[in-house]
Design a protein around this ligand. Structure first.
Ligand SMILES: C[S@@+](CC[C@H](N)C(=O)[O-])C[C@H]1O[C@@H](n2cnc3c(N)ncnc32)[C@H](O)[C@@H]1O
Length: 437
């Protein structure tokens, strides 16, 4: 098979998840790969469902049964709330990611109806005649023609009856989740496309699709035997507003926002969104995805260079103002020494401004006796340390929460090999308690 070269994309300065210390995996998705429903789509940005479950169960005894996840991603918190009998609201603003979560929340459908629907899509695909010449360039680069013919046949066949119904969306998820397994280039799950990596194991699209149908229907049956909670509600909304959540509704918030680490959530889904013709090139990502997200990557802030310090001077950032300005200045000075000239200083200013707005929104939607748990890591662009957990804690207090503490779960970036910098980093849980009034 020809070694196809995918689009050249840069890997961010931040360390690779695989190389992080594995002492505690509760802040990572890895445990979910064996769990029904959670494993339908491998979402590397997610955290551990078992840990979430444990926290929900513990907090039930403290009377906290209204759970909110303002950055709900692939729906880990919502599914675990449904299992535990807690009410839950999720917010997610990434159009592809919310679709994944919503599809998973259709687990109550009849497994047999899903099985029959998805198999009818496969049977029609096997008879389809498709033209792959119109496929987006990235897709042609990621799949050899014989694979692409089958994937396109599946897409067309699914599309012919697609109607937003639960069965149609579950089948969409089955197809979306096999794309990377079927590509011979470096398309690690939920990663940027890595042009120079070639995979040894590649799965035939029809086989992968069949296997996924069996897995989904079996998991639906398992979950239906266990879950007893009310259906979780998921809103396509912005965590900076939480506009659809009633005042004082939540008494438990379990969440993980984007980290200030230059990870581009929009680019991470370009493969899938291009395959489904939701974007046609890198340029579409800004309008379709990025503009809805917390600004945590330099691609997002390219046009804001001149506004960096007016953003950092916003009164919402009062408690961290002096340190933030100093850090932005250091980052700006460091920028001149690097070829890439990344606007990390702008990224950091906008990130904390956005997160300050999230705290304001969370204060409105939480009750007085609420508990907020934020899974977060610090970062060090250009080797300049940004104490994200500490600053987020200070911003929470300024927004009206009562106290904060940080519980480290693991070290990161402690194996220096191939590192862009040697600043030790960590990841853990930021606990925010109550509201001060
Ligand atoms: C670290 S991930 C959360 C993963 C989630 N805990 C899970 O287990 O799947 C952060 C999520 O926040 C979403 N996000 C970013 N900005 C947002 C915003 N302003 N409003 C809502 N969601 C946002 C991203 O699309 C991403 O899915």
């Amino acid at each position: 098979m020809k070694n196809v070269v995918a689009t050249q994309l840069k890997i961010p300065f931040f360390e690779n998840e695989d190389e992080a210390e594995k002492s505690d995996t509760t802040t990572t998705f890895s445990d979910n790969l064996t769990l029904p429903i959670h494993r339908w789509f491998r979402y590397s940005a997610g955290f551990s469902a078992s840990w979430v479950r444990q926290l929900i169960e513990e907090e039930k005894y403290n009377g906290r049964t209204r759970v909110l996840d303002p950055f709900s991603g692939s729906g880990t918190v919502l599914l675990e709330s449904e299992l535990s009998g807690a009410e839950a609201i999720g917010i997610e603003s990434h159009p592809f990611v919310i679709r994944i979560a919503n599809a998973k929340l259709h687990w109550k459908q009849s497994p047999k109806s899903f099985h029959d629907y998805a198999f009818s899509v496969l049977e029609r695909a096997e008879k389809q005649v498709v033209d792959i010449s119109e496929a987006p360039k990235l897709i042609k680069n990621c799949f050899p023609p014989e694979t692409l013919l089958r994937l396109e046949a599946l897409r067309k066949s699914w599309n012919d009856t697609a109607d937003d119904s639960p069965l149609s969306e579950l089948t969409w998820l089955a197809l979306a989740s096999i794309l990377r397994q079927c590509s011979p280039v470096g398309t690690a799950q939920w990663q940027y496309v890595l042009p120079t990596k070639v995979k040894v194991k590649v799965i035939d699209p029809y086989e992968a699709f069949k296997t996924k149908i069996y897995l989904i229907s079996a998991d639906m049956t398992k979950f239906q035997a266990q879950a007893h909670g009310p259906k979780a509600v998921m809103y396509k909304d912005d965590a900076r507003l939480c506009s659809k959540v009633p005042d004082g509704w939540a008494n438990l918030v379990i969440t993980s926002p984007p980290y200030a680490n230059n990870y581009d959530y929009a680019d991470a889904t370009r493969l899938e969104m291009s395959f489904f013709r939701e974007v046609y090139g890198w340029g579409d990502l800004q309008d379709t995805v990025r503009k809805h997200l917390v600004r945590a990557c330099t691609q997002h802030v390219g046009k804001l260079y001149k506004e960096t310090y007016s953003i950092a001077n916003n009164p919402l950032l009062g408690p961290i103002h002096d340190e933030l300005i100093r850090t932005c200045q250091e980052l700006e000075a460091e920028r001149d020494k690097h070829g890439g000239k990344k606007q990390y200083h702008t990224m950091i200013a906008t990130y904390f401004y956005d997160m300050a707005k999230v705290w304001t929104a969370l204060r409105r939607v939480t009750s007085t006796n609420s508990l907020v748990c934020v899974v977060i890591g610090d970062s060090a662009p250009y080797g300049i340390h940004v104490p994200v957990d500490l600053w987020l804690g200070e911003l929470a207090i300024a927004a009206g929460f009562a106290s904060y503490s940080f519980e480290k779960t693991r070290d990161r970036n402690v194996k220096w090999k191939n590192r862009k910098h040697t600043v030790p980093l960590h990841e853990g849980r930021l606990w925010i308690r109550g509201k001060s009034s």
